[in-house]
Design a protein around this ligand. Structure first.
Ligand code: TRP
Ligand code: SF4
Length: 418
């Protein structure tokens, strides 16, 4: 398959470097330095890559408008594996982002055959967890959002079957509903800008979702009436498919500009001003004026048992409402980076980088950097046994889940209003 990545496959081992090189995802590196405050998931290497995140980082720092959106497919109950993206969305909302969450019931129904009733039942749990974690903003079920569905239809005018084959490996046996669910996800990603106006939008996702981002950026680009290019001594606004009046309006907006058959050249004006003006003119002439969406990519936490984390492997994860006795058992049975004997552990120390208990703390359970560094030190020095470490980790998990459940119960009404 050309795409090298299939968002619906259960095998999510991805070669990060290859993906970056092949698809133009940027390592997260420098861009975080633009942020006024760096969140744990960026400090600790969970978020590894991005597309165009600089415009979002700048919006956070300059307190200018931006959106944050993600989606959840309600194919089962939410669990440990969904927590990271939830935290990323909540963090961006707390940084001033206009929050959106889609419950992808069309996708769950089309791809996984989940009934609409089940979609609603599961979707409600995702929403409860999000609100409990501090999410504020707009949430919707794809199947109930009429403007979204119209936007999905409009988006599908820009996508053909060979695009779907190239990006997702779709073939003659792929159902039409699957393709419709793809168009719906494209619409999800653009929906905040339709709903609340064009602005940079960040979509925090796992690396497996990048094909959707590539397709959406392509559609957003095709929707644009103009391209605005900085040519050094002048800025060129080129018509892609703008009505003649729209190009004429660009010319009029910048006295002294030169109008040619398919473009207007503008001297002595800042790029941002020309770009904004072109966008406004596009909207005034019936266009969308969408920014290409930005994205961040996180790696996946491996399962507690050491293999992949998947709802089909119960011991790999825990659900938010799973009974304490069961969660405790899973944490205590987790794969560690401990040595064969206690003597060896004392002498050589543990191997945190091969330990799922360590990763559970890194991802979720120990946000304080000093305490986290101390855990690593106690592990590597052999000062702490894995038994002790698991016990401490379980206590953190228990406290976290108790608090989360209380909050989930308290926000039920918010999930029911959706
Ligand atoms: N396809 C995503 C998944 O499988 C869910 C999803 C739907 C989504 N719409 C989205 C993710 C928009 C990010 C943005 O989990
Ligand atoms: Fe993992 Fe903790 Fe054992 Fe270190 S001490 S290997 S972090 S369980």
């Amino acid at each position: 398959m050309q795409s090298g990545m299939n968002p619906w496959s259960s095998n999510q081992t991805v070669d990060v470097d290859r993906l970056f090189a092949e698809f133009g995802i940027e390592p997260i590196g420098e861009v975080v330095q633009r942020l006024p405050e760096v969140p744990p998931f960026m400090r600790r290497g969970v978020v590894v890559g991005h597309r165009d995140y600089q415009v979002v980082a700048d919006a956070i720092r300059n307190r200018t408008p931006f959106h944050v959106l993600t989606g959840f497919m309600p194919s089962g109950l939410p669990h440990l594996g969904h927590l990271m993206v939830m935290k990323e969305v909540v963090w961006h909302v707390q940084q001033g982002g206009n929050g959106y969450v889609a419950i992808a019931d069309r996708e769950a129904h089309a791809v996984r055959g989940i009934s609409w009733e089940k979609c609603r039942e599961f979707g409600r749990e995702y929403l409860k967890a999000l609100y409990a974690l501090g999410f504020r903003g707009t949430t919707y079920y794809q199947s109930k959002n009429e403007r979204l569905k119209d936007l999905a239809f409009e988006a599908s005018t820009k996508v053909n079957f060979s695009d779907l084959a190239a990006i997702y490996g779709f073939g003659p046996e792929t159902s039409l509903a699957h393709a419709v669910s793809v168009a719906t996800q494209v619409a999800d990603i653009l929906f905040p800008q339709l709903d609340a106006g064009p602005a940079p939008t960040v979509v925090p996702v796992g690396l497996d979702q990048d094909p959707h981002l590539r397709l959406t950026r392509d559609v957003a680009h095709k929707f644009r009436m103009f391209t605005v290019e900085d040519r050094g001594d002048y800025i060129s606004v080129r018509s892609k498919n703008a009505p003649v009046e729209a190009l004429e309006a660009v010319h009029r907006a910048f006295p002294g500009s030169k109008k040619y058959s398919g473009h207007v050249d503008i001297m002595g004006r800042p790029y941002a001003l020309v770009d904004d003006t072109a966008r406004e003119i596009e909207i005034a002439h019936g266009g969308f004026g969408f920014y290409l969406p930005s994205s961040t990519y996180h790696i996946f936490m491996p399962g507690l048992q050491g293999g992949k984390m998947s709802s089909s492997v119960p011991e790999s994860l825990f659900g938010f409402y799973e009974p304490d006795t069961s969660v405790r058992k899973k944490v205590m049975a987790a794969m560690t980076g401990g040595r064969m004997t206690l003597e060896e552990q004392r002498r050589l120390g543990g191997e945190p980088d091969r330990c799922s208990v360590y990763l559970l703390n890194l991802f979720h359970m120990l946000e304080d950097d000093e305490e986290f560094a101390d855990l690593r030190r106690r592990c590597e020095s052999g000062e702490m046994t894995c038994g002790q470490c698991k016990k401490e980790t379980w206590e953190r998990v228990q406290a976290f889940l108790a608090d989360l459940r209380d909050k989930m119960d308290a926000v039920e009404h918010l999930a029911d209003e959706v």
